[in-house]
Design a protein around this ligand. Structure first.
Ligand code: ADP
Length: 597
């Protein structure tokens, strides 16, 4: 790709020469210059409102591009905010790549810079010309480390730290331009039985209960030993993260499909707190842990039945990474790979046209690579959907729920249709049966004491209402009118729910998780649809995160952790168990790989 930019730079140089020799152009500056020197501002709509840039040019060159104002999501948009302006300057073009996973922010930056350059009298059409794509250089980079990790999401970064703590030199390769994977855009709830927080809230819990709910919540299809490892080590993983500076809120809560109030919510939005925590450790130990972004693993190198390295493709050419002790596969799930969904799905109607919460890199590469060298893939048909997708994008953004206890779901008739504290698969199956597979989440002031109160995506309820993604009313009847459902039905649904809150126990739909009544204005509603969220199946491992082949034998030198693995969550992963999984098994995989176990 860099080569592409070089070609583009040459193209631009030619354009500049043309301009200099006085060819006819639309540039309203003097015939010998490309820009009217100065500093100009431009604005465009980002994800959460206006984004503003400042662009400085001299007569022939863009000399500085700065994003001076924005309200984008920290962590998720950071790479776009640094890389896009840098690329525009470096390659003197508007035809730069957008950053995957932050494409809205990237496009907003490009649009704002375009506006600023228009003011500078630039020939925008010339600056927008796409370069011709040329082949990569063919150069091969070779590196060596004790442990090579495929994937820089939560599991891969946790494994990198743990391998380093156990004395290893580590290389992590990440195919996207930034680390984070699905983890950074996840709801980020982390289930662990917590002797401190739960006791303060008077919540009874036990590791055995976490174990049983995980096992039974997955229809007893998960491997009991792996589940035990997960639940026993969940709280120690919280403490491990806290020891590295990670902050969780004081109160635990019940996350959607989590079945019990044991979910820990990070102080920072989405999964950014985890990634920042891992990256600050990695930054402090960068002599021993290298992260290579834009580097896509294509093959696990085997020698005499042992995994000894990884082949990859980088922006500059091919990459060969030798691993003295072990290779960890932490390349995540396949929720964003429609072909793989269609190949394996057996429990849902076709998922061809269902959107996903996943980032574009969740394409199952790790499973495909591991299977090629003999790893056993298990539970691949177990695909998790959530009933909480944004109708436009499938993302979890715009979700107005704050916790399971204080919201209800109603269909387009204004009727409740499912126990809103049920398993994720149960709720999603019920949603598929409703008109247009669409529902409204209804909350009240208990969830949003003020208009500034944010959801998990760092969005305030006022912003969502302003953007037309949520509706606000002083009465239930008015809310019903705004969202086009029967006011009588919605009123009845809320009244019956409120009675159930008073009564406690189990309501007519089987719901047992209650806290406050829906009785305090303002009331809010937000639409949601089914969305592909997580793939429970994947590479078979043992409790040391060693990869197993089809005969159940260990493949020496190969380890796996996180969503790329199978066998833990059975048919249905509990909400809040993925963050526990990636940290517990990422940590174990790093330790095992460092030991060359
Ligand atoms: P987990 O929660 O299991 O860590 P994530 O989705 O957070 O899963 O992270 C997996 C990471 O692996 C993502 O950042 C993804 O881009 C990366 N990845 C996927 N395939 C490859 C590949 N072929 N080479 C390198 N990185 C990959």
């Amino acid at each position: 790709m860099r080569k592409v930019y070089r070609s583009l730079a040459m193209l631009l140089a030619i354009i500049m020469i043309f301009a200099l020799v006085g060819c006819q152009s639309a540039v309203p500056t003097s015939s010998s210059s490309l820009f009217k020197a100065g500093t100009y501002t431009g604005e465009a709509e980002g994800i959460h409102g206006m984004l503003q840039v400042e662009v400085t040019v001299d007569e022939n060159k863009i000399t500085e591009v700065k994003v001076v104002k924005h309200d984008e999501t920290p962590g998720v948009s950071d790479t776009a905010i640094t890389n896009v302006p840098a690329d525009i300057m470096k390659y003197q073009t508007l035809a730069v790549d957008t950053v995957a996973g932050a494409s809205v922010t990237s496009k907003a930056i490009i649009e704002a810079v375009t506006k600023a350059l228009e003011k500078a009298g630039a020939n925008i059409a010339n600056l927008q010309k796409k370069p011709e794509v040329s082949a990569t250089t063919g150069q091969t980079i070779e590196k060596q480390a004790d442990v090579v990790i495929i994937g820089g999401g939560g599991a891969g970064l946790a494994a990198a730290i743990s391998a380093h703590e156990n004395g290893a030199k580590v290389i992590v390769i990440e195919k996207m331009p930034r680390v984070g994977g699905n983890t950074i855009i996840s709801g980020s709830a982390f289930n662990a039985v917590d002797p401190v927080r739960q006791e303060k809230q008077g919540i009874e819990d036990a590791v055995e209960k976490h174990y049983t709910q995980t096992y039974e919540g997955g229809d007893k299809l998960g491997n009991p030993e792996l589940i035990k490892t997960l639940t026993d080590n969940a709280y120690p993983a919280i403490q491990w993260l806290e020891s590295m500076g990670m902050e969780f809120k004081d109160e635990v809560f019940t996350v959607l499909g989590g079945l019990w109030p044991r979910a820990h919510k990070p102080v920072k939005p989405l999964g950014t707190g985890y990634i920042e925590t891992y990256m600050s450790y990695i930054e402090a130990n960068k002599a021993d842990i290298e992260i290579m972004v834009d580097t896509k693993a294509t093959e696990i190198i085997m020698e005499n039945g042992k995994a000894v390295g990884v082949k990859a493709e980088g922006k500059e050419g091919n990459v060969i990474l030798k691993a003295n002790k072990g290779v960890v596969v932490a390349a995540g799930g396949f929720g964003a790979n429609i072909e793989m969904r269609e190949k394996y799905n057996s429990i849902w109607p076709s998922l061809q046209n269902v959107k996903t919460t996943n980032h574009v890199g969740a394409t199952g590469d790790g499973m495909v690579m591991a299977e090629k060298i003999g790893a056993n893939l298990i539970g691949m048909d177990k695909i998790q959907l959530l009933p909480m997708g944004d109708p436009e994008t499938g993302s979890l953004s715009g979700n107005i729920e704050q916790g399971v206890e204080n919201r209800i779901f109603v269909n387009k008739d204004g009727d409740r249709f499912v126990d809103e504290g049920a398993r994720r698969d149960v709720m999603t199956k019920a949603l598929f049966e409703q008109t247009d597979a669409t529902m409204w989440v209804i909350v009240d002031k208990h969830s949003y004491p003020t208009g500034d109160t944010k959801n998990n995506f760092n969005e305030t309820i006022d912003q969502l209402v302003e953007q037309g993604r949520a509706y606000k009313a002083d009465t239930i009847e008015d809310l019903a009118k705004q969202i086009g459902v029967s006011p009588e039905n919605l009123k009845k649904a809320v009244d019956e729910f409120n009675k159930a809150v008073e009564k406690g126990g189990k309501d007519a739909l089987g719901r047992t998780l209650f806290k406050d009544k829906l009785d305090s204005a303002p009331y809010y509603a937000g639409a949601r649809v089914p969305t592909v969220h997580h793939t429970m199946g994947g590479i078979a491992i043992n409790t040391s995160a060693q990869v197993l082949d089809k005969d159940g034998k260990i493949i020496p030198g190969l380890y796996a952790a996180g969503e790329v693995t199978g066998g833990i969550h059975g048919s249905n992963r509990l909400g809040g168990n993925a963050l526990a999984d990636i940290n517990v098994f990422g940590r174990i995989a790093g330790e095992s790989a460092a030991a060359g176990k």
